[in-house]
Design a protein around this ligand. Structure first.
Ligand SMILES: [Zn+2]
Length: 102
């Protein structure tokens, strides 16, 4: 039996995050937090085909799907309402945290 990890935004660590703390995060910290919020099971999933096999393009902070019929490149915001915007990830995290009423 696998125990499903609790969604990040409902976890204790998210409840202690204030907006002030979010805006003090470095871009790398924001990225890690957004990644954890998006994929609470811990592994990025290709939004195109649902595949969990990919390699990470470190300089672009993107993943490239290894599925031979897909090969889609995706970012931490691909397939979300934030994908077409270019604001810092901390702004999106602040929006997410605000939405659920901390
Ligand atoms: Zn894919």
């Amino acid at each position: 039996m696998t125990i499903k990890k609790q969604h990040f935004l409902l976890s204790a660590s998210a409840r202690t995050l204030s907006l002030r703390k979010i805006f003090q995060l470095t871009p790398d910290e924001s990225f890690e937090l957004f990644k954890e919020a998006r994929w609470p099971q811990g592994k990025p999933v290709c939004p195109h085909c649902g595949c969990e096999h990919h390699y990470y393009l470190k300089t672009r902070k993107q993943w490239c799907c290894k599925d031979k019929d897909c090969g889609h490149t995706f970012s931490v915001t691909s397939g979300t309402i934030f994908s077409s915007h270019k604001l810092p990830l901390s702004v999106y995290l602040a929006a997410l945290i605000s939405l659920i009423g901390f």
